[in-house]
Design a protein around this ligand. Structure first.
Ligand code: NAD
Length: 401
């Protein structure tokens, strides 16, 4: 059986390699460079080994393509494309719409369409289905289902096999076929009563993280003003065996999910006349952390950062990955530069970013640790400047939140 996966990024490529154990997989992506590299067996995603990709290509079970016509003949098509925000921070479904066009124009007999991209409740029913029908002029009656992706790139303890997967179809037949598909490579399938429940659950999972991270970031500012350690206080609270979950402070949230998904939830809430003040405020608190950190660094350095050489350690949005999407480092750097600081950054996993390259971990006036990869030595961080501010809580002996 042939299946197609639209979007060969973190989600789509990961799912492709699992599905390829059981099906012939066509990985469709609009990015020519990504497709060329994938067909050469070069993976751009943490967690997908190039060697694995090479063996799938060699056996003819997987190929990447930019040609929409190559998805023709697929019995299942999975959508795994970005769902970002527009410039005015509204849900942007243009990539989903383009994926629907590819399906509509290239699939001529009824198939199962599964959406794995994160979006607001109602996207499958009210956007994806009508969009595909528009491109097929309503001639083909597909089955539609949702199974929101929960992959955490770089994580090794949870993967596609052992992470419980939510799913639901628009019809019972769609739900049954979706279960059959994922049961091939996922051990724990959780059926919910409607696609909207699955879509909302996914948004709530990431909103839960966004709100709790904002709460602990606010708490870090409170404990600092009280002259007590936020980390010791959190460890103390964490001794309670029930009703508490520990989150740690940071320079803010990053990645494609946590800074974005709550805004999808807030937007749909407000569209239905329900204010989402809590979610909106959490977003603001996390965005404002960069300003707070720069203020603290300036206070510790005589009140001015003018002309100071500041080195940022870690610009990826989280440890041990090269992903810089929505990274908190960007705002920290922006605020430092607006104060007249001369900023460079060190991140050998990211390497190059925004036309700049990773600088050596040495010779700065001030070092600010935003993300601490395991490969970066604490001693080298402490030796890189006479003043080190650590936003991660991992560098003992540095100033911090
Ligand atoms: N990255 C994560 O950790 C994660 C986790 C859970 C859910 N998600 C969700 O999964 C979805 C995909 O995220 P991702 O991280 O894989 O994104 P990504 O940016 O890594 O990959 C998306 C890929 O889709 C391609 N693309 C864009 N438009 C296309 C089109 N019209 N046709 C074909 N290819 C197209 C891009 O070139 C890119 O390679 C998003 O909705 C995201 O919120 C992501």
């Amino acid at each position: 059986m042939k299946i197609a996966i639209i979007g060969q990024g973190y989600v789509g490529l990961t799912i492709s390699t699992y599905a390829a154990e059981h099906f012939e997989v066509v990985g469709f992506d609009s990015n020519q460079k990504i497709v060329e590299n994938l067909n050469l067996g070069i993976s751009h995603i943490e967690g997908v080994q190039s060697s694995k990709l090479q063996s799938l290509i060699k056996s003819g079970i997987y190929k990447a393509t930019t040609k929409g016509s190559d998805i023709h003949g697929s019995e299942i098509v999975v959508i795994a494309v970005p769902t970002p925000l527009t410039h005015d921070r509204k849900p942007d479904l243009k990539f989903i719409e383009a994926a629907c066009k590819t399906i509509g124009e290239n699939i001529s007999k009824p198939i199962l369409v599964i959406n794995e991209s994160t979006s607001f409740p109602g996207t499958l029913r009210n956007f994806i289905k009508p969009a595909i029908e528009k491109f097929t002029s309503g001639r083909v009656e597909h089955l539609y289902a949702i199974s929101p992706e929960r992959v955490d790139p770089g994580r090794t303890d949870f993967n596609q096999k052992n992470t419980p997967r939510l799913y639901s179809g628009l019809t019972t037949e769609a739900t049954a076929k979706t279960r059959e598909f994922y049961s091939k490579f996922c051990d724990n399938l959780v059926e919910v009563s409607s696609p909207e429940v699955a879509e909302a659950a996914k948004l709530f999972e990431n909103t839960f993280r966004q709100v709790n991270i904002a709460l602990v970031n606010e708490f870090a500012q409170i404990t600092h003003s009280l002259g007590i350690s936020v980390y010791e206080t959190l460890d103390a609270a964490d001794t309670k065996p029930y009703g508490f979950m520990k989150f740690t402070p940071s320079a803010g949230v990053g990645g494609h999910c946590i800074p974005v998904d709550p805004t999808y939830l807030a937007a749909v809430a407000e569209e239905h006349g329900t204010p989402a003040t809590f979610i909106r405020r959490a977003n603001e608190v996390n965005l404002e952390m960069s300003k707070y950190i720069v203020r603290r660094v300036a206070e510790d350095n005589g009140g001015s950062l003018q002309g100071k050489n500041v080195l940022i350690v870690g610009v990826a949005y989280k440890p041990n990955v090269a992903d810089v999407r929505e990274t908190a480092a960007e705002l920290v750097i922006e605020h430092l530069r607006s104060q007249g600081a001369v900023v460079s950054w060190h991140d050998d996993i990211v390497g190059t970013w925004e036309g700049e390259s990773s600088a050596p971990l040495q010779g700065a006036d001030i070092t600010v640790v935003v993300t601490k990869h395991d490969s970066v030595d604490e001693k080298n961080i402490l030796a890189s400047a006479s003043y080190v501010f650590d936003t991660t809580g991992k560098v003992k002996g540095a100033k911090g939140l």
